[in-house]
Ligand binder design. Structure first.
Ligand code: CP
Ligand code: NVA
Length: 328
């Protein structure tokens, strides 16, 4: 089955500047964005991940298989959870940084995709422009998994919703608050709201809204809104969620962003606006005293360590389905 294009955005199947090549029919699926999957499929991924978390999944669907992991940006959680996860499923993972591979010296993404497809059974990539992962997917003959782009961070938000299920019993009817930058995490939350249908309020400073097309698509199906007051977003929320003010690649904007995000720190006053049993999530790494106070992230409502652990379980579920023939 051909699953391209996957984004739902108005874009041609093949960009006109791309050479017209004859390609084999695509027999695999990629995981580039949550919005490319149905609620039924995402729920199935959660069920597999929950089995894995409970230690009840004994199969080794990646036996004899390899995952290439390309990291154009730093990582702790993504790198370790994918590598360990692939091994736990019977497979093997290779860590490739731009210093190690010719991609870092300008070898085209299309060539890298075609060559790696001859060696490995799946490619996980963390990179900058989302168009780069789309190009990789366009030319690869193996599943591509998104380990973060400037646009989205889908594995993280799946892990976050899994954490909500774990601690609040489900995501249906829950009110999620996002406080901070309209970044890759915010965009993935919008995609999750689009597919899963929960309520999402994003409090972002003016000029730092999420991607407008992703927002509009989510708003066409789910109750999502953007507000300017963090307290308004936090009101009676079940989940309070934030992220750093300057993402990877935006380091030089730090000073400007510190000014823009003043007042967007998650502190105890914000947590008090939420429901009594509300939980706090952060994808990590966190800057205590910046986007969140130490009292909140290290406090009783914080679930950030379970959230980080859930990266392992959900990514194993994604690899088992995409690379290991596990059924949805
Ligand atoms: N949350 C997350 O993706 O962490 P890393 O940058 O450490 O992979
Ligand atoms: N928004 C952050 C997430 C890090 C996991 C970044 O892109 O740097």
């Amino acid at each position: 089955m051909v699953y391209f294009p996957r984004t739902g955005f108005p874009q041609p199947v093949r960009a006109t500047h791309m050479p017209r090549i004859v390609r084999k029919e695509r027999l695999h699926r990629d995981f580039l964005q949550i919005a490319d999957y149905s609620a039924k499929e995402i729920d199935k991924l959660f069920s597999i991940a929950e089995l894995m978390r409970a230690g009840k999944y004994k199969k080794k669907p990646l036996a004899g298989k390899s995952l290439a992991m390309i990291f154009m940006k730093s990582s702790t959680r993504t790198r370790v959870s994918f590598e360990v996860g692939a091994w736990q499923l019977g497979g093997h993972a290779l860590f490739l940084s731009p210093r190690d591979v010719q991609l870092g010296r300008g070898e085209p993404i299309a060539d890298t995709a075609r060559v790696l497809s001859r060696y490995v059974d799946g490619i996980m990539i963390r990179t900058f422009a989302h168009s780069e992962i789309e190009e990789l997917a366009r030319y690869a003959d193996v599943p591509i998994i998104n380990g973060l782009t400037d646009l989205v961070h889908p594995c993280q938000v799946l892990a976050d919703v899994l954490t909500i299920k774990q601690h609040l019993g489900g995501y249906k009817g829950k009110r999620i608050a996002w406080i901070g930058d309209g970044n890759n995490m915010a965009n993935s939350w919008l995609n999750a709201a689009f597919v899963l249908g929960f309520e999402l309020t994003l409090a972002c400073p003016e000029g730092y809204d999420p991607d407008p097309m992703i927002f509009q698509r989510a708003a066409s199906k789910a109750k999502v809104r953007i507000v300017r007051d963090p307290a308004e977003a936090a009101d009676k929320a079940d989940v309070i969620n934030t992220d750093v003010w300057a993402s990877m690649g935006q380091e030089e904007e730090q000073a400007v962003r510190e000014k823009a995000f003043k007042g967007f720190r998650v502190d105890e006053a914000i947590m008090k606006r939420a429901k009594e049993d509300a939980i706090f999530l952060h994808c990590l790494p966190a800057h205590r005293g910046e986007e969140v106070t130490a009292e909140v992230i290290d406090g009783p409502q914080s679930r950030v360590w379970d959230e980080a652990e859930n990266r392992l379980h959900i990514q194993k579920a994604v690899m088992a389905v995409l690379m290991g023939g596990e059924r949805f």
